[in-house]
Design a protein around this ligand. Structure first.
Ligand SMILES: [Zn+2]
Length: 284
């Protein structure tokens, strides 16, 4: 979607890569064939300059994203990475080759959290799951110490969220247009990666949407969303409710199959009915 352009206020547009196949076996014998959920990147742009949030995971996704960014005909200054999961930054080298003037940044903690993805076993594992699709060259954003950067004089504020679906995750807030680019703190009609959570980490994750709701946003862009879904603030309470439902079912359900079936029933329109999202990433 594109917000209306007033003088000196940025606009925003969202790129959604569709879900894709993963090579391998499902970790649990139920749910859809092994696949990855749809991913978003967000372009925030002014009259001349632009900021891209997140950089996709595969070559094909990053090339499509770069083509889409180029259509906006802006000077790409900054690529901000919200968190340390490789589906949001393995594509960075493709973007930086295409836009060599851009500077890629993330918080120092996020940069630290992503380092394990640049070396085996994790990098090797990603290449097994997505054979021939992961960029040969994997690059890290540089650690950015501040909590704010600007686009044509407008503030973009980093909100540190701690552990949500990933350790040391962040969201980005653009007060001038009431925009939150939530990263994977918020999901939009897409089953959430709760398989790597504990009761304690779920409590932290449940507090993160409240931090975003308190800002009274007009637009909220989730890190993963059903293609075409509106970037609505209602995704914030939806995310919290999903976490509460999963947390309750983990305590009361008789089996993993029961948890999975109940969550599918509670969220019928949500995409990515993947057992790994609820019970852990497929292991090599
Ligand atoms: Zn993600």
């Amino acid at each position: 979607m594109t917000a209306p352009v007033a003088s000196n206020t940025p606009s925003v547009n969202v790129f959604t890569a569709p879900g894709k196949a993963i090579v391998g076996e499902r970790p649990k014998p139920f749910g859809e064939p092994l696949g990855f959920d749809p991913i978003t990147s967000t372009l925030i742009f002014g009259e001349h300059d632009a900021v891209l949030v997140d950089a996709m995971g595969t070559v094909a996704e990053a090339e499509a994203l770069a083509d889409w960014v180029a259509l906006h005909n802006r000077n790409l200054q900054i690529i901000y990475i919200t968190h340390g999961h490789f589906d949001h930054f393995y594509g960075l080298s493709v973007l930086l080759d295409r836009f060599p003037g851009a500077r890629a940044i993330a918080t120092p903690k996020t940069v630290e959290a992503m380092q394990s993805s640049f070396v085996p076993p994790l990098s090797q594992f990603a290449r097994q799951l997505f054979p021939g699709q992961v960029p040969t060259k994997l690059v890290s954003p540089e650690p950015y110490e501040g909590d704010t950067f600007t686009l044509e004089g407008q503030d973009l504020r980093i909100i540190e969220q701690g552990r949500t679906d990933c350790p040391d995750s962040t969201s980005l807030y653009v007060p001038s247009i009431g925009l939150i680019v939530a990263g994977d703190v918020v999901y939009n009609q897409c089953h959430m990666y709760v398989g790597d959570t504990t009761p304690e980490s779920r409590r932290n994750w449940m507090a993160a949407p409240d931090r975003l709701a308190a800002l009274g946003p007009a637009i909220v862009i989730a890190g993963h969303k059903k293609p075409g879904a509106a970037d609505s603030p209602s995704t914030i309470p939806d995310t919290k409710r999903y976490l509460e439902d999963f947390d309750r079912l983990k305590k009361t359900a008789t089996s993993d199959q029961h948890v999975f079936d109940q969550m599918t029933e509670l969220y019928p329109p949500w995409v990515a009915h993947q057992s790994w999202l609820m019970f852990g990433f497929p292991q090599p």
